[in-house]
Ligand binder design. Sequence first.
Ligand SMILES: [Zn+2]
Length: 449
Amino acid sequence: MSGLRLFNTLAKEKEPFTPLSINHVGIYACGPTVYDRIHVGNARPLVLFDILVKLLRYHYKDVTYVRNITDVDDKINKRAMELGMSINSLCETTINDFHDDCVALNVSSPDVEPRATEHISEMIEIIETLLAREHAYETSGHVLFSVLTMPEYGKLSGRSMHEMIAGARVDIAPYKKDPADFVLWKPSTPEQPGWDSPFGRGRPGWHIECSAMAKKYLGEEFDIHAGGLDLIFPHHENEIAQSCCAHNTQYMARYWIHNGYVTVNGEKMSKSAGNFTTVSDALTKHRGEAIRYALMAAHYRAPLDYSDVQVSESKLALDRLYRVAGDASPSLPPSEFIEILDDDLNTPKALAFLHQKVKDFNKGEKQVAGEIKACTELLGLLKYSSKEWFQSEAYKNELSSLEIEQQIEERRIARINKDFLKADDIRQKLASSGIELFDNSDGTSWRRK
Ligand SMILES: [Zn+2]
């Protein structure tokens, strides 16, 4: 038993969390489609669900966290073509980059990270069951799910059928019985990736991938399904339809947890809007742990406005925590802290609690250092020793001391040669890398901002 309460999109309210079995919790999160590097908006669920899983592991002996990789998708085919790469090497490169980004953000690996292409037979099996139960039909080489055969369709998103048809980006293909019907299987041309199936050579629709992988690793009904707000409809609605109709269950997952968007100046960060920062670009300016901190600074269901200033402030906040607890050995997290996280994962309040503890420490309560350290472990922060944190280069592209000294020397020579343009250029470039120069009678000194 835990005091954990989560906002369940299915119930549209905060509910006490009760797992299906006493000691085991199963959680599934939709992972990346590996056609390109992830951006900061994609990183938010990775960080938040990582914290949720850490909290679940604190409360329950046995937690299975499944986060898939979508490695068959038309976006991948298109991108591979643009880059002149094979689909396989694009996927492998992108998966490696994704794992690097996760490590930089202190995001732990899930227990299982299934790939869609390794679960095609499981998908075919569900599609065959849906056909046998007349929840699906074959037409023009496609297999489609028939939404009218499921009266509860739309329950998760709370949309009426009319709204779903109007709001969904469904291409109203002539072979669909109903415009809201969605693809379970589609035919592939010889150049496209495809698998032999009873419905002809083809490839799965996106939604069926998650239904098949969740079932394989967590069962027909499991505890928590998580993802971004933008996945509620149609992706999660369709996962529920497929799984519940194939398995004849009331639920696919009992709790559906959705995180809010990352925004930039109030607008949703997205590939299509072009206002995105990839995690790898962000890491050229900031430390991964500061980005992680920034991503938990707002409540997970609220929008989070991302900016360099906000990440720089997060770095300073982390400095304060490292100064007090960087080298402390963890004691137990105070129950008050657990209660804060148990209340629908209130990370901003949890961070405020830690900074209050820093104040207590500074007033002489030295024993709180171990408590702070224990709390930060649940949040996936303070991974380094204080020495590593304060002395290492702050981020990937940061100049080393030697490089800075070399630049200063070049600038000195430029000034002697009266090449003031070049000298100024060097100062500007150093300034943009966070290095301030101070000219005085003995020469030039410098410091990192
Ligand atoms: Zn999914």
